[in-house]
Design a binder for this molecule. Structure first.
Ligand SMILES: Nc1ncnc2c1ncn2[C@@H]1O[C@H](COP(=O)(O)OP(=O)(O)OP(=O)(O)O)[C@@H](O)[C@H]1O
Ligand SMILES: [Mg+2]
Length: 230
């Protein structure tokens, strides 16, 4: 497959509240800070939280992936921004749309000359893994990484994933990554004020900022592992 254009990063997980929006916010910040030109596709049309936080900083589009028309807009947006990495924040329960129309994107990837990089955010429960198996059936050629969200506990607590055949399959082609936990009071401020991480680093009080910068250093090391070869 020709892959001369920057990748499309899909932050998935399908389940509600596993941390997709947080990982997306972090990826936006990481790519900005490493001078990668990036655009955002917000597919959570009922609660476009990431788009609201970053629309002043990067170009954004909103596409409803439950609808075939949203998938067409999505492919066109990727085509119109060939020089930019595309970051996709997905909504919980986008599974039906992906199964129905995801083929639109899967078949366009060659034409777009882009790789699809999936960052699948999990908590410690089984359904996070089952949903990934179903998603993977649509995007067979994606580079898929699993992101254990440290909000749900230390890496060793993700026992189901550790023991799963899925982990072996992921690690044969991708990585198991650890997304760091951010102190609740800083996470709550980020969320309630709808701040981008860049903005938060400029405006938070010194104590909160110190915690934010600790977190940023950790997630930057995590993303460096996946974007190095992207
Ligand atoms: N790594 C983390 N550190 C601190 N808090 C976190 C972390 N990950 C998630 N959270 C908390 O969990 C909440 C839900 O996370 P987030 O909104 O990113 O999930 P989501 O998967 O996007 O949910 P939805 O499916 O509703 O869009 C956040 O508002 C935050 O309070
Ligand atoms: Mg979200």
């Amino acid at each position: 497959m020709a892959t001369k254009n920057p990748p499309i990063y899909v932050v998935g997980g399908s389940k509600g509240g596993v941390g997709k929006s947080f990982v997306t916010l972090a990826l936006v910040d990481y790519l900005q800070r490493t001078d990668v030109n990036a655009v955002l596709v917000e597919t959570d049309t009922s609660n476009p939280d990431v788009m609201k936080a970053v629309h002043d900083e990067i170009e954004c589009a909103s596409c409803d992936l439950d609808d075939v028309s949203g998938w067409i807009d999505f492919v066109n947006f990727c085509d119109a921004h060939r020089d930019a990495a595309v970051i996709v924040n997905t909504a919980a329960r986008s599974q039906t749309g992906v199964a129905q129309y995801g083929g639109t994107l899967a078949s366009a990837l060659d034409d777009l000359a882009r790789r699809l990089v999936v960052l699948w955010v999990i908590n410690r429960q089984r359904d996070s893994l089952e949903l990934l198996l179903r998603f993977g059936a649509t995007f067979l050629n994606a580079d898929t990484h699993v992101v254990r969200n440290g909000y749900f506990g230390a890496p060793e607590k993700f026992a189901l994933y550790r023991e799963s055949n899925l982990r072996k399959a992921i690690e044969a082609q991708g990585q198991s990554l650890d997304f760091p936990d951010l102190a609740d009071r800083v996470a709550d401020e980020l969320r309630s004020q709808r701040l981008s991480i860049h903005k938060a680093a400029e405006t938070m009080h010194m104590g909160e900022r110190a915690e934010l910068l600790r977190w940023r250093a950790l997630f930057s090391a995590m993303f460096a592992r996946v974007t190095a070869d992207a």
